[in-house]
Design a protein around this ligand. Structure first.
Ligand code: UDP
Length: 488
């Protein structure tokens, strides 16, 4: 946070307040808090309204103000471990938080002596907040924490129609067929997005409509990565769009983790040869069953490489933690493999020993892997993950899709392709190209906002390269966003 303060102290103070409202899940909280830090460095005062569920720790953010609101989630929280309909909780939260959010926002607007509120920035999934903001005549900007591609796919897919429901049924013989409405995807990808097409249709329609009704959309992506989708998007979403990602590269890894990160693995990684470790993690929500869990274990054991595996408590359906591991697995693996409950992921991906990332392709994880130049093995589970995985394997060609799910022979083959084959080397080259492009975006902000760095200093930053001189796309987008908010 010291870095943040330095940045803040040299920026032009806007003396305006912005109110942020994240969706209370790890993959949504992280980018919203990162955005809060970015805007704080540009002189805005930040207040975060947040649900009590998965509450962020305010002591990690002394420069921000936090206002908890009742979310009534305790009434349904017991369903969480077994209900695999991801849309259910998001739709529930939209109903259960609307009154408490409205009251809290009205209270903040009425506070005497505070800086004038410029706008509210809410997670796109909190679609009910558009009407609340409209009533209060307050501009609402949306933070969309997924990719542009995911949004276009959600728009194109016919979740409501008979065909949509058909896609989601287990028509195994058609699984390999491309979906006509979004031919990057196969039928089997669609079947993974949700188990509840009607619920997904409701969520997607409300979210997309209220994004279009908003005053603007902030994306945690960068122009060079999704250039062609950006063109389509500006046609379909005719409100200002700001692509200022990747957010996590603006500052050193920060602490919005809801689970304690096991940092002991960093010294274990230090002992491993360069690019030798398979890092496996499936994020904060995805679940697998016992037999899939065992296949993962066998796959990691059989490949013979060092591995770091994040097994979040509750990740294996019906298990507390590691009960379903094959017999004597940990003893047999010895120091070759480490299993932890939660890792400092950004640092793991940035570590020279990390050779590939076996991921569920949540958007944050995908972006983090791209930023650190780590090729992926894709095992998407739900929501936007199958869409992100297709982009990784079929568009950007920086990963291998585990097409047949969790099965030990397929797992071994995929790891070999990425870690040992010529194909893996080519993926690595491609992904480093992205890494360089990304650098042009984020690094520019840090350097220019500090205002104290000369060219000599910049050279010391390994991720700063010549493209910095051209001015990064994300930096320009952030400047535009700051100007836009200041104009309200
Ligand atoms: N993460 C972490 N430690 C872990 C696994 C994940 O810090 O062991 C972080 C990861 O860096 C990312 C977030 O949790 O920022 C997960 O977000 P993502 O969108 O990838 O997936 P989700 O959890 O929403 O499915």
């Amino acid at each position: 946070m010291q870095n943040m303060e330095t940045l803040g102290s040299v920026s032009t103070l806007q003396s305006r307040r912005i109110i942020l409202f994240p969706l209370p899940f790890q993959g949504h909280i992280n980018p919203m808090l990162q955005l809060a830090n970015i805007l704080h460095t540009r002189g805005f005062k930040i207040t975060i309204i947040h649900a009590e569920y998965n509450s962020p720790n305010p002591s990690n953010y002394p420069h921000l103000t936090f206002k908890p609101i009742k979310d009534h989630l305790s009434k349904v929280a017991h369903e969480y471990p077994t209900n695999r309909d991801g849309t259910y909780f998001v739709r529930y939260l939209n109903k259960s938080c609307v009154d408490t959010f409205t009251d809290c926002l009205a209270g903040l607007l009425a506070e005497p002596g505070e800086e004038r509120v410029a706008c509210v920035i809410t997670d796109a999934c909190f679609y009910v907040t558009q009407a609340v903001a409209d009533d209060m005549k307050l501009p609402r900007i949306v933070l969309r924490t997924s990719s542009l591609g995911c949004n276009l796919a959600y728009e194109a897919l016919p979740f409501y129609s008979k065909t949509g429901s058909f896609y989601l049924t287990k028509q195994v013989d058609r699984f390999e067929v491309l979906v006509p409405e979004y031919p990057l995807l196969k039928f089997k990808d669609i079947a993974k997005i949700t188990i509840n097409p009607q619920g997904m249709g409701d969520l997607a329609t409300n979210m997309l409509n209220q994004m279009k009704a908003s005053s603007g959309i902030i994306w945690n992506t960068f122009k060079e990565l999704e250039e062609s989708d950006l063109e389509t998007l500006s046609r379909d979403f005719p409100v200002p769009s700001f692509t200022l990602g990747p957010f996590h590269k603006y500052f050193p890894a920060s602490s919005s983790s809801l689970i304690e990160q096991d940092r002991t693995i960093l010294s274990w990684l230090d002992k491993q040869p360069p690019k030798s470790v398979v890092y496996a993690s499936f994020g904060s929500v995805a679940q697998i069953n016992e037999s899939e869990f065992q296949e993962v274990a066998h796959g990691l054991a059989n490949i013979g490489l060092p591995f770091l595996w994040v097994v979040r408590p509750g990740m294996v359906v019906g298990s507390e933690w590691l009960e379903s591991l094959p017999e004597n697995f940990l003893e047999r693996m010895g120091d070759r493999g480490r299993i932890v409950k939660w890792s400092p992921q950004q640092e793991v991906l940035d570590h020279p020993a990390t050779g590939c990332f076996w991921t569920h392709n949540g958007w944050n994880s995908t972006l983090e892997s791209i930023c650190e130049g780590v090729p992926m093995i894709c095992s998407p589970c739900l929501g936007d993950q199958p869409i992100n995985a297709r982009y990784v394997s079929d568009v950007w060609k920086i990963g291998v899709f585990l097409e047949d799910g969790f099965e030990r022979v397929g797992i071994e083959m995929a790891i070999k392709r990425v870690m040992m084959g010529k194909e893996g080397g080519e993926m690595r080259k491609r992904i480093s190209c992205f890494k360089e492009k990304k650098v042009a975006s984020a690094a520019y902000l840090v350097a220019t906002t500090r205002g104290v760095l000369g060219l000599g200093d910049l050279v010391l930053q390994p991720w700063v390269n010549l493209s910095l001189a051209e001015g990064g796309s994300s930096c320009r987008s952030l400047n535009n966003l700051v100007d836009y908010i200041s104009s309200f």
